[in-house]
Design a protein around this ligand. Sequence first.
Ligand SMILES: [Zn+2]
Length: 277
Amino acid sequence: MASRILQKGTNRITQGYKVTHKGVDLGRVHAIGEPIIAHSAGVVTLVQTGQKNNKGSKGTASYGNFVKVDHGDGYETLYAHLASVNVKKGQAVSRGEMLGTMGNTGNSYGIHLHFEVRRDGVRVDPTPYLEADLPITERIDVRYRAYSGRRWLPWVQNCGAGASGYAGVFGQATSALQVRPERGTVEYRVHQLGGDWLPWVTSQKSWAGVRGKAIDALQMRLTDLPDYTICYRVTSLKTADWHQWCEGTADPTGDGYAGVLGYAIDGVQIEIVKAGA
Ligand SMILES: [Zn+2]
């Protein structure tokens, strides 16, 4: 099995997890500069750079140059004693993406990687995960809401059964949509009934549509979470049932969309799932 945190070679534990050492150390001969990669997709939440070797140091300084990644579901990973760091705080990373290189910074007595896994802020034994997935769900929560009947309807999360499992009111045209994923960026745009496609908007700001003007098609894509896919579907006035699911594509020329031109959309469902799940 390939290592989930070393780009080359295999995991060789030189110091295991115990009460006094809540991580694992992976050492390799002549390993300075070995690429260190993200265990799983996530967002970089902490970066420390500019550190030199500092034997006997404590606290954050003891980690030297390090990167911490949040994977959702309460799981984080930390990569310490790096020689160099390739990522910035707030950056989304995919599984296997290079975070930095192995080094000897901080409280370190030789070139190695100190790797930690945290669950809800508590360090747990990383050994089971050196070559395996974290026990996280295969979904990123996404909240969204529709503008319908002259008001924004309540936010809904993911798709599910019943009135809370979709955005919109059946039988009533939706005119705008707002999308907020738990992490990552969704780009989306809507097509106005009898009109044209409106510009793409991102989930960090604004919404798509013009309040009060019905939309008949929707197009969505994820831009920075390559391990995930955004799935979406709509119902239209007069057609009454859900149309087929569409999968977002990062390809800006992709022409797949949800909806039927000429029929106003009344309901919308959105889900972000692990690609291939
Ligand atoms: Zn260590």
